[in-house]
Design a protein around this ligand. Structure first.
Ligand code: GUN
Ligand code: ZN
Length: 437
């Protein structure tokens, strides 16, 4: 099946901060993106391609729009959808008061299935086509999620939470059962179609060293599986880690000793890292999920993007729903910009959209499959509506240049801005229709 999408098209070829021209992108104001069987076949100026286009290709015209690769969310919790926007607490209290009681419900697979469907609707509605996702401690929570993703042929990564202490009894496993359950999920789901598995110890305070060792053993047995956890988010959390792991040099060391660092290891937050931790993150090529809406909402702190860039560490954006307050990567860019303002750092608008797309894919070691429209990539993309609201229409007009338009889209944009979301060449979300799948 072949289609051609006709409209303004933007994508990144590399990190704008690492290119000599400071750009790293291609923009076709009147472009054509040709897709065959869910794979990008050609991208270029419509004027050059259209005259020779074979007549069996359906041309889909997108007006007043910007087509770009689907957004990548490098850290989110699907079971926490229901606690988004819960009042008044910082991390550790928030976990006990809101998160743990809600995660208990995922013992029931039917419940998990229902939330997984709603979660994917929100994700696609926000223009996100790939995410690195926490399940709960229950194996069936991850089965329900993967089944829902498989039905829509989405490229997603998920894992069962490993958690054997400092949490309610109803939410804890043990080192051996967490190993067994994770292993069985890996065998079934990892590399199953577009799905991938992430070994997911929640964070060091809720895992014994024995459990972290089991996670490390799994990673050795399955080296192409991901590792996904939290690191250095909140000052009380860091103090607690010091007490729980008196022999470790620092927070990151609790994971390092278990062999959990590496190219496919993603650490959410990383706000209060010390020099040794920054160094070790870089040395092991571990990635970071920068989660500004969560970091502001839970009062955790301000991420140091400049330091990460200097250390050449991959950074993607994470919504961290339900600690984060929006599914929208556009809203996440909005708050990322403000966090960096408070830090006295500036980030270019190109870098912002790079992080939302190719940079996220790079962080997840998926840049050979998604993140831009190079020939052979999977056709995951969004159609953003430049007239999605009266205010957006007023603010964006023909006098704005591309960079100004992008910046305004990130400041004013949200799920209303996402007109369509396509995954593997199939329309999976259409804003103006009530039934989306
Ligand atoms: N640290 C451990 N668990 C969590 C969680 O569920 N959300 C966030 N933001 N941080 C965590
Ligand atoms: Zn999180």
């Amino acid at each position: 099946m072949k289609q051609a999408h006709h409209g303004s098209i933007l994508h990144f070829l590399s990190d704008p901060d690492k290119t000599t021209d400071g750009l790293g992108y291609e923009y076709f104001s009147d472009g054509l993106l040709i897709i065959e069987d869910g794979i990008v076949q050609k991208l270029g100026d419509a004027a050059n391609i259209l005259p020779n286009l074979s007549s069996d290709i359906e041309v889909i015209k997108h007006t007043n729009s910007l087509i770009m690769p689907g957004f990548v969310d490098t850290h989110i919790h699907y079971p926490q959808m229901e606690v988004i926007g819960a009042y008044g607490e910082q991390l550790l209290e928030w976990l006990n008061k809101y998160t743990f009681p809600t995660e208990r419900k995922f013992e029931d697979k039917a419940y998990a299935r229902n939330i997984a469907e709603k979660f994917l609707n929100e994700l696609l509605g926000a223009g996100t086509t790939t995410a690195l996702v926490f399940g709960t401690v229950h194996k069936q929570s991850v089965e329900a999620f993967f089944e829902a993703c498989e039905a829509r042929n989405l490229r997603m990564i998920c894992g069962k939470v490993m958690m054997d202490r400092n949490a309610p009894d109803y939410l804890t496993d043990c080192p051996q059962s967490s190993y067994d359950d994770s292993k069985s999920l890996i065998e079934t789901w990892h590399n199953h179609g577009r799905l991938r598995y992430a070994i997911t110890p929640r964070f060091s305070p809720t895992s014994t060293p024995e459990q972290l060792d089991k996670a490390g053993q799994l990673l050795q047995e399955y080296p192409d599986v991901y590792m996904h956890t939290h690191l250095s988010e909140n000052l009380n959390e860091i103090e607690w880690v010091k007490q729980l792991f008196p022999d470790c040099d620092h927070y990151l060391d609790t994971y390092d000793r278990a062999g959990l660092l590496g190219r496919r290891s993603i650490f959410a937050h990383c706000i209060h890292l010390n020099d040794a931790e920054w160094h070790r993150m870089a040395e092991t090529k571990s990635g970071i999920a920068f989660c500004p809406t969560s970091n502001l909402f839970l009062g955790s702190g301000l991420f140091n993007l400049k330091r990460a860039a200097e250390a050449n560490i991959n950074v993607g954006l994470g919504t961290d729903v339900g600690g984060g307050t929006s599914f929208s990567i556009l809203q996440t860019l909005n708050e990322a910009y403000k966090v960096l303002q408070l830090r006295g750092q500036t980030v270019s608008v190109l870098k912002m959209f790079y992080m939302a797309t190719l940079g996220g894919a790079e962080t997840l070691d998926l840049a050979d499959k998604i993140g831009n429209f190079k020939v052979g990539k999977e056709a995951d993309f969004v159609v953003l509506d430049k007239q999605c609201s009266p205010l957006m229409a007023l603010r964006l007009n023909e006098h704005n240049d591309l960079l100004e338009q992008l910046f305004v889209l990130s400041m004013l944009g949200d799920d209303r801005t996402v007109k369509q979301t396509w995954s593997a060449g199939v329309l999976r979300h259409e804003r103006d229709q009530s039934n989306n799948h």
